[in-house]
Design a protein around this ligand. Structure first.
Ligand SMILES: Nc1nc2c(ncn2[C@@H]2O[C@H](COP(=O)(O)OP(=O)(O)O)[C@@H](O)[C@H]2O)c(=O)[nH]1
Ligand SMILES: [Mg+2]
Length: 290
């Protein structure tokens, strides 16, 4: 699981107290953990100044100051549940590059929302990748959830169109849309996703209720530019952070929240269908720095 700074107490002891080298090394650690330079500055600058001014020499005090700063960046609060009130069907568009975990996250999210009592439908709008339709159908069968699909290489927009019609007819609460991660070029992919968004808007008179961008927590600083591109085109409302069970250090969460103001809403941590939770900033910060 995540660990932003491998060994904070080791660093502290090595450089003894408020030594500038402690802060330089800490900054380096943050950047190695995929925290952007801007965000690392945001976490450390004020804290460093405060510690110098007040001659803070207690390890726990310094640790808590850093944690507080990180909590502030994450808008410290209770995990936010998705509020579907008054929007039926509630539309969740799931996007992201190839292999990050879109399709498996959709299975997990369906499981979670179904457990909360919602009636779910899945739209298999990744018509591009080989076996993508079969993959989501497999999960749908397992969960007893209907998967609307067309043939491979068919128009993803048409799948979305049919799904919404079917969801309305069947009084479905939430439609979750799987999408492709790779087209011939990334501008093709964005155009395709924008077209899906327009179709949703035309069908329900509003944009998708959630646009969830899936980010693999092993992706380095590059995850920020991925998020920027998708956000600019599609107005991302939240992140699903996947593969938290890996050795990733989790700093990308802070970067995306601080630099782009996109909150992480869900986190997945394994290959089983129940390996998903609402993102809890409090727990996350405790994991990051202990
Ligand atoms: N260990 C682990 N593997 C995951 C997690 N989420 C997805 N995967 C794996 O990542 C691979 C790609 O997932 P997939 O959903 O097909 O990605 P997509 O191309 O974005 O739809 C699959 O082998 C998944 O089992 C996770 O939270 N933990
Ligand atoms: Mg997929």
């Amino acid at each position: 699981m995540f660990k932003l700074v491998k060994n904070l107490s080791y660093l502290w002891n090595k450089f003894k107290g408020s030594n500038p080298q402690f802060w330089d090394n800490l900054e380096e650690e943050l950047i190695l953990s995929n925290v952007s330079v801007e965000t690392a500055g945001c976490i450390l600058n004020e804290t460093r100044e405060y510690c110098f001014k007040n001659n803070v020499n207690n390890f726990n005090e310094i640790k808590n100051l850093i944690k507080e700063k990180i909590k502030k960046i994450l808008d410290f609060g209770k995990p936010q549940k998705i509020n579907t009130a008054g929007r039926k069907p509630f539309i969740i568009l799931v996007i992201g590059v190839n292999g990050v975990g879109k399709t498996s996250s959709i299975a997990k999210l369906s499981y979670l929302l179904q457990k909360e009592g919602s009636h779910i439908m899945i739209a298999a709008a990744d018509t591009f990748r080989a076996a993508a339709i079969e993959q989501i159908q497999f999960f749908g069968e397992k969960l007893g959830i209907e998967v609307i699909h067309h043939q491979r290489n068919s128009d993803p927009g048409a799948v979305v169109y049919d799904s919404i019609d079917s969801a309305v007819a069947k009084n479905i609460d939430i439609v979750i849309i799987d999408t492709a991660g790779r087209m011939q070029t990334s501008s093709n992919l964005i155009d395709e996703l924008k077209k899906i968004q327009r179709i949703i808007n035309r069908k329900i008179g509003r944009d998708p209720d959630e646009v969830l961008l899936v980010i693999d927590s092993n992706t380095g600083q590059n995850a920020k530019s991925q998020a920027e591109i998708f956000h600019k085109a599609l107005n991302v409302t939240g992140i699903i952070l996947t593969k938290a069970d890996s050795t990733s250090r989790g700093g990308i969460v802070l970067t995306i929240k601080n630099d782009l103001s996109i909150p992480v809403k869900f986190i997945t941590y394994g290959e089983k269908i129940e390996d998903i939770s609402y993102f809890d900033p409090e727990k996350f910060v405790d994991l990051l720095i202990d």
